[in-house]
Design a protein around this ligand. Structure first.
Ligand code: CTP
Length: 401
């Protein structure tokens, strides 16, 4: 449910801080990555060591720590999260948040972030009911801060009333519903191909192409972030595995086809791999020796077209099939022909002439070719191409539902 999501958990000083230890476990069980910031107050209740052990990550405590600043920087800390969770959120930290104070690492991260924030307040009932706390809360909620709890119950101070931090599973549910609301592709299955294929000549040699896998990997990562259960079938690349994605590594086109078929059914399939069009007709079982006379004559056989195979009408055809067209001339024209020939729904066409630096580079200039027409997208990073494509996929699947 929370695969690939990154939570920055801020633990402030309240007796409920012990529940945050379990919160880390429950969030991680669901696939979220959890990184913790512990306030000085929080450190009176739980130790950085417990948080580090449970989160399996560094725990950040000090705004002016040389290590924190040199390795990470307090701004990056919140930038790298999808959601900030303040649990427990004391009256004091809520007051600081409401007034924009930044006198420690936690409050600085909260002020520096443009990411959504969820608070789980925990405090004495009178502090909760105090007009100052209620005013702070209204300020925070008017700015879009999300809240879970507090609940009514016996308090550590011996009183009874609202102010107890919500139970861990309620906080988990609030985190899950936050991501579900922002996951346009939740419940959908996606398949992505990426990278080059390697077609063996003999056990040590192969033919391949210059694809880096950057675009396909970025698309798989963006699909997973949008909530789709994503399988990435990739040829050999240097790209790291995207978070929350099932990665199937293959070498040849034949293996890619088999892995794609095994990943079906899917609602959407994006074929970003640069599949080798040909393979060696008869792969040598042993390394070909050069002293065998004249250089070997390699005879080629055509590879299966994975996109065309999976786009063909049939029960298992994904509802939305998207191909790529890497062209060096007549980009849109060639892409339109490919769209028809391969019977896919959309083609993302790009110019891969050496001068564009697209192959292996981080940027891409693409045209989205559909049955309805052509959209020219401005030059942008491959990550932005992925994000924009996923937005369009979400809209198209909603229309086709
Ligand atoms: N493709 C595929 N299997 C192949 C060849 C291509 O799935 N054997 C897919 C690519 O992943 C891409 C699309 O088809 O989504 C177009 O790839 P491209 O290399 O541009 O097209 P080709 O069919 O190889 O056409 P040509 O080389 O003639 O331009």
């Amino acid at each position: 449910m929370l695969h690939g999501k990154r939570v920055l958990l801020i633990v402030s000083g309240g007796i409920a801080a012990y529940k945050s230890l379990d919160l880390i476990r429950r969030l991680r069980e669901r696939g979220a990555g959890v990184r913790c910031v512990l306030t000085a107050g929080g450190a009176h209740f739980v130790t950085p060591l417990s948080l580090a052990a449970l989160s399996e990550d560094t725990v950040f405590t000090d705004l002016f720590s040389l290590t924190t600043e040199s390795e990470m920087g307090h701004i990056r800390l919140s930038r790298e999260a999808d959601l900030l969770v303040v649990a427990p959120a004391t009256a004091d930290i809520l007051a600081k948040m409401a007034h924009g104070r930044a006198d420690d690492l936690a409050t600085t991260a909260l002020l520096a972030t443009d990411k959504p924030v969820l608070i789980a307040p925990a405090m004495n009932v009178r502090m909760w009911n105090h007009a100052a706390t209620q005013a702070n809360l209204r300020t925070l909620e008017s700015r879009g801060v999300l809240r879970v709890g507090p609940v009514e119950g016996d308090m550590a101070c011996g009183e009874y009333g609202p102010g107890r931090m919500s139970e861990v599973m309620e906080i988990v549910a609030a985190v899950e519903s936050f991501f579900a609301d922002r996951s346009p592709l939740a419940g959908k299955r996606a398949l992505v191909t990426s990278g080059p294929t390697h077609e063996p000549i003999d056990p040590v040699r192969y033919i391949a192409n210059r694809a880096s896998g950057k675009q396909g990997h970025a698309i798989a990562a963006a699909l997973a972030r949008a909530g789709a259960a994503t399988t990435l079938v990739t040829g050999p690349t240097h790209e790291p595995d995207p978070a929350g994605v099932t990665v199937v590594r293959i070498e040849s086109a034949a293996e890619m086809l088999a892995a794609c078929k095994a990943a079906l059914p899917a609602d959407v399939a994006v074929f970003a791999a640069a599949v080798s069009d040909w393979r060696i007709a008869a792969q040598a079982g042993q390394k070909i020796k050069k002293n065998a006379g004249a250089p070997p004559q390699l005879s080629l056989a055509e590879n299966p077209d994975i996109l065309a195979t999976l786009a063909a009408p049939g029960n298992l055809r994904p509802r939305l099939v998207i191909g790529f067209a890497a062209e060096t001339e007549k980009v849109v024209e060639n892409a339109q022909a490919k769209l028809k020939r391969k019977r896919c729904d959309w083609i993302v066409a790009n110019d891969v002439s050496p001068a564009t630096g697209t192959f292996g580079g981080s940027d891409n200039t693409v045209h989205l070719v559909t049955g309805k027409g052509v959209e020219d997208w401005p030059p942008m990073s491959k990550t932005d191409v992925a994000a924009r494509l996923i937005e369009r996929i979400g809209m198209a699947l909603a229309e086709r539902a």
